[in-house]
Design a protein around this ligand. Structure first.
Ligand SMILES: [Zn+2]
Length: 212
């Protein structure tokens, strides 16, 4: 682990891994395109993923450009995307199983554990105004390091009380995961303006087509 003095000061980005970042792992699981708005699968191409990672402040534009320019970017990129998709599938299966009241597969938890173990060397425990949090000690220099904050976010969520509020969207063609923040835990869709409205429209259509 680098010494304090060797760490780049104000290195950016250094995402916090507290409550605010707990949604990162769900955003990652939700990167697989669903029907609504037909978004591209962010893990189909390295450029798509890096743009997403910049948006999530996992890396800045300069760091992403360096990864894109790396000599083996194309070859390494394909292997990276395959491993990122495997992590996404494992996280989805873990969350989905928990939502259904089941027990996650050991193999999926082991994949997550692998990322967590490798992230330890990059972790920095920091305090600010009396609050403590984990941060990555330096910006990612390898593609695989981009997945470590996501794995940490998943571990955060899996160990938190908020796990009780984890849900999978009730939309017929949507499997997005979300945290139900509503007071009475009645939220059913990832987004009321998308899946919620579509479900309402389908119910309306079914009622009227049945002459009710
Ligand atoms: Zn949905």
């Amino acid at each position: 682990m680098p010494t304090k003095h060797s760490r780049p000061r104000n290195s950016s980005p250094t995402p916090g891994l507290g409550v605010a970042a707990a949604g990162l792992c769900l955003d990652f699981v939700n990167t697989e395109g669903v029907e609504r708005n037909s978004p591209p699968d962010r893990l189909e191409a390295l450029d798509l993923f890096l743009d997403w990672a910049i948006g999530k402040e996992l890396i800045d534009a300069t760091g992403a450009a360096a990864l894109r320019r790396a000599p083996d970017a194309r070859k390494d990129g394909a292997a990276f995307l395959a491993s990122a998709r495997a992590l996404r599938e494992s996280l989805y299966r873990i969350f989905s199983e928990l939502v259904a009241g089941g027990e996650p597969e050991k193999a999926d938890v082991e994949i997550l554990d692998g990322y967590l173990t490798r992230s330890l060397a990059r972790l920095q425990f920091v305090s600010s105004s009396g609050r403590f949090s984990w941060r990555m000690s330096e910006p990612p220099k390898r593609l695989a390091e981009l997945l470590q904050p996501i794995a940490l976010s998943a571990a955060d969520l899996l160990r938190s009380d908020r796990l009780d509020r984890l849900k999978e969207c009730g939309g017929e063609t949507c499997s997005w995961m979300f945290i139900d923040e509503s007071r009475n835990r009645s939220r059913r869709w990832c987004d009321m303006s998308d899946c919620g409205n579509r479900a309402k429209a389908q119910r309306f259509y079914r009622r009227h087509s049945q002459g009710v």
